[in-house]
Design a protein around this ligand. Structure first.
Ligand code: SF4
Ligand code: SF4
Ligand code: SF4
Length: 277
């Protein structure tokens, strides 16, 4: 997996808070910190200040040098993201080439929103294709269609998350309407892209039968063979804490995803249309 940082959406349930800012970031796990203050002294920009039992990081001044991470004696400091070229990224991917050959697996480029960087992704996937590595892009598609067109010639499959079919509710939860996302899906479908729509199922928020069946209708209009339901992931709470961000937990009424798939497929009269991992 290759994760590119930066995202134009702000989903209330985002499980990748470290993927939202378009730059390297550091985060501190206060439970591991032994208060040696080495990071405070080493930071060239004076971004880190002690505050009682914890540390405050002024990320607006952080240049991502990762000195604080590399010199932390307790492993409390973590770095999210680093600047890499296409060739450096490819070198990392190719370490798994034997595994790809044995399993038929390949590279997935995700985020954040990887299509904020279409030229980088296109170059990377073109090189992967040349080397016989399968290519998959995971995206929310809230990008100009030209970004999708740039990567499509080198992408074997797109996984695209549809968070809600109602534009107002979509805006309420993600900060943006779904109009551009749905239009991009329609355009890529017309242009022959291979798409697997996915729905991150958020208990009590987008899991109504009405919304899920409306998504199925839309998916079928695209010619999609399946829609994948994704289980809500509450494991991101630790990353929110380390990044000093507040976490909203949506796991109160857990949904059994295989049962939900079965119920929806019965309603559609189409076995195996909704699938889960
Ligand atoms: S990454 Fe560098 S600039 Fe950023 S907080 Fe750490 S030491 Fe300071
Ligand atoms: S270097 Fe590590 S252990 Fe020392 S104060 Fe910073 S985060 Fe805590
Ligand atoms: S699109 Fe993905 S990375 Fe971006 S905010 Fe939503 S869940 Fe997070």
């Amino acid at each position: 997996m290759v994760y590119l940082k930066g995202c134009p959406l702000s989903c209330a349930w985002c499980h990748n808070p470290e993927g939202l800012a378009p730059r390297p970031e550091t985060a501190c796990d206060g439970r591991k910190c032994i208060h040696c203050r080495r990071c405070v002294e080493l930071c060239p920009n004076g971004c880190i200040s002690p505050a009682g039992d914890t540390l405050v990081i002024d990320r607006s001044r952080c240049e991502g040098c990762l000195r604080c991470v590399e010199n932390c004696p307790s492993g409390a400091m973590t770095g999210y993201g680093r600047t890499m070229t296409v060739e450096q990224t490819l070198e990392q991917i190719l370490k798994d080439q034997a595994y790809f050959r044995a399993t038929g697996g390949g590279v997935t480029v995700s985020g954040g929103e990887c299509l904020l960087y279409p030229a980088f992704v296109a170059q990377l996937l073109r090189r992967c294709r040349e080397l016989g590595v399968h290519t998959l892009v995971e995206s929310a598609f809230h990008v100009p269609y030209s970004a999708i067109q740039t990567v499509a010639p080198y992408t074997d499959q797109f996984y695209v998350d549809i968070k809600h079919m109602d534009p107002q509710i979509h805006r309420q939860y993600t900060g943006q309407s779904n109009r551009r996302i749905l239009e991009n899906l329609e355009a890529l479908s017309r242009d022959g892209g291979r798409i697997l729509p996915r729905i991150p199922v958020i208990p009590g928020e987008n899991d109504s039968r009405e919304n899920l069946l409306a998504t199925a209708d839309f998916g079928r209009s695209l010619g999609a063979e399946n829609i994948m339901l994704l289980k809500y992931n509450a494991l991101a709470s630790g990353k929110y804490r380390m990044l000093g961000k507040s976490f909203r937990d949506f796991s109160r009424d857990a949904v059994d995803i295989p049962t939900l798939c079965q119920t929806l497929n019965q309603a559609l009269g189409k076995e195996g249309f909704f699938i889960c991992t």
